[in-house]
Design a protein around this ligand. Sequence first.
Ligand SMILES: C[S@@+](CC[C@H](N)C(=O)[O-])C[C@H]1O[C@@H](n2cnc3c(N)ncnc32)[C@H](O)[C@@H]1O
Length: 277
Amino acid sequence: MTRIRLLGTALAVVLLLLQASLAAQVTDAPAPQKELEKERDPQDQAKPLRRPRRSSAGPRMYMGRPIADVMSFHGADWLVRDTREQEEQPEAMLDALKIKPGSTVADVGAGVGYTSLKLARRVGSEGIVLATDVQPEMLQMLAANARAAGLKNVRPIRCTSTDTKLPEGKVDLVLMVDVYHECVDPETTLQGLLKALKPGGRLVLVEFRGEDPEVPIKPEHKMTFAQVRRELEPQGFKFKEKFDFLPWQHIIVFEKPVAKDKDKVEEAPARSKADNP
Ligand SMILES: C[S@@+](CC[C@H](N)C(=O)[O-])C[C@H]1O[C@@H](n2cnc3c(N)ncnc32)[C@H](O)[C@@H]1O
């Protein structure tokens, strides 16, 4: 009898423990994405959802500036807003870059392809647009947009913050429209882009002007010209030119240096005795 009572008590304890552990699992489970979305104010969709890793001391910093949050695909509508044409004048921006038909152009951080599609028309059927992004959801929308526009020369490429996934030495122009300030690992990204460019190829940053308080964009999503130079030149890029005719952004152009003449002499094959007069 005592044994049966003891067995009963042990069983009750095990059942209680099981119940407690199940309850803990339920409360620890993350809220489903749909519910998180319901909580968000629809007006807030353009604001970044994803928070980069922050230390208790605040946002991640690079060379004295905060690295901005990656703009979530949930806010993708903002990239095709009605007022964008007027605010950013993308065709005038592309005219300034004098892109040649047949070029290989990388639209890095392409989002839903707002600029990629315009680039694809400029490089023509002989050229190609390598449209990269870290968010697969952005690339799905980009691919659908390219298909709907009947463009066959846009190649969506999923990259990471440490691997540009671009082919080495094949790219004529890398364009980053409103992207560089979001790169979580700027040095690795820049080194990858330098490798991808042909010698003499260009890297163009289009960034909201950090010097201008009138530009209605959060400070961490803007860049000053001085800061851009400070960050890019030590990574091996040569400043080429800057255009300031856009309402809110500057267009900053860098070049991958061609091998110096001195290096060319050193690399030249040694002359044989027979070559000597
Ligand atoms: C503000 S959106 C701009 C999108 C597009 N360039 C445009 O102008 O419509 C920034 C985009 O950069 C992407 N991005 C952020 N960090 C990146 C990185 N390291 N490499 C590639 N894409 C990145 C984001 O996923 C996002 O799609």
